[in-house]
Design a binder for this molecule. Structure first.
Ligand SMILES: [Zn+2]
Length: 355
């Protein structure tokens, strides 16, 4: 007997479906990525099983299941057989999106600062949103959309002083960021959390902010290719795809706008485990650790933001994944417990040092 597993939520961060089959004996076969979207009647979604599958696949073969490049990659995994793919009608936004996106211009409405006020609104448990910000925390209001005021040379000196490898920040700052097929450069710096590893009902380990915790092993995340860059909880990062590579990872890009959106958004995942809320539905992943992100992690995320902005020439518009996905069926809930004030403070400190 084969169990069909379909992924939603964070398993496929871009709403693409990897159809996977697990036999009763534990054998796994995986279908190539297909643009197949949701049909609740046919799909038996088992998020917990999917997470286990993801880890199992990684440990067994290092196969990358995610991201657009994965279609070109050969699955080294055992058997790719007996595959069938359900062709289902596409899913569309089912409610009002929090921030209106102009698909023609490939941008949200308003000035860069206005856009950020909407896109950085608090993301609460279960993807509820806290409402548009009245003000951006200092110094984002003065920076977002403005040109950077320091050189690449100055930035490189800072990296050298801190022993940071430029390539771990999304690639060389000499390269441009990605652009769309219409030649529009990336404008959005999308902040995600991995929502993984999933611990089910187990408490968060006490060492999640230490090197000894397996979730901080960057090589493991780099294989996923689900985002451009991954930031771990001890302040390290790894480039899975160069920021020059056009990539999509939200429902807005994949489901609503389509290929024209590819290249307009940069995606950065920060490692954050999740566990289930005993008050929630079975196998939910509603709970994030408190605080959600370590200081070292927010500092590295700030550095990645600076590097990406430097490559574009202006301070990019930061955005939370859950806000972008709001109004979409099965929209994501990340990042949870993100301390925007603190992150902005770290961005400001870097900017002060670099000027
Ligand atoms: Zn996300």
């Amino acid at each position: 007997m084969l169990y069909e597993l379909r992924s939603v939520g964070h398993f496929t961060d871009n709403n693409r479906i990897e159809t996977a089959f697990i036999s009763e004996g534990g054998g796994i076969s995986v279908g190539r990525k297909q643009r197949v979207l949701l049909n609740e009647e046919n799909i038996n979604v088992r998020r917990r099983q999917l997470r286990r599958l993801r880890l199992s696949l990684l440990s067994r073969s290092g196969v990358a299941l995610y991201g657009e490049a994965a279609t070109k990659r050969r699955f080294s995994l055992a058997t790719i057989s007996g595959l069938f793919v359900l062709m289902l009608p596409p899913a569309f936004a089912v409610g009002q999106t929090a921030c209106r996106f102009n698909a023609k211009l490939l941008e949200f409405e308003g000035s860069p600062v206005d856009q950020a006020k909407c896109l950085l609104q608090p993301v609460l448990k279960g993807a509820r949103l806290g409402g548009r910000l009245q003000d951006l925390p200092t110094p984002l209001a003065a920076l977002v959309g403005q040109p950077l005021s320091f050189t690449k040379g100055r930035f490189r000196r800072l990296l050298k002083a801190r022993d940071v490898v430029e390539g771990d920040l999304g690639g060389s700052v000499d390269q441009n960021v990605s652009e769309t097929e219409e030649g529009k450069q990336a404008q959005y710096f999308v902040i995600h959390d991995t929502s993984s590893p999933y611990l089910d009902s187990v408490e968060f380990p006490s060492n999640i902010n230490q090197d000894t915790w397996d979730g901080n092993r960057l090589a493991r995340w780099a294989q996923l290719k689900n985002a451009h860059v991954y930031v771990n909880r001890v302040g390290g990062s790894v480039t899975a795809e160069n920021f020059s590579t056009p990539w999509r990872a939200t429902k807005l890009e994949v489901v609503q706008v389509g290929k024209r959106a590819r290249g307009r958004f940069l995606h950065v995942e920060s490692v954050q485990p999740r566990r289930s809320d005993p008050l929630g539905p079975p196998t939910n992943d509603l709970l994030a650790p408190l605080p959600g992100f370590s200081d070292a992690q927010l500092q590295r995320l700030a550095l990645v933001y600076v590097a990406a902005s430097l490559r574009e020439g202006h301070w990019l518009i930061p955005a939370f994944h859950a806000v972008i996905d709001s109004g979409f069926k099965d929209g994501h809930d990340d990042p949870q417990e993100f301390d925007l004030q603190k992150w902005a403070l770290f961005v400001g400190k870097l900017n002060d040092e670099l000027r």
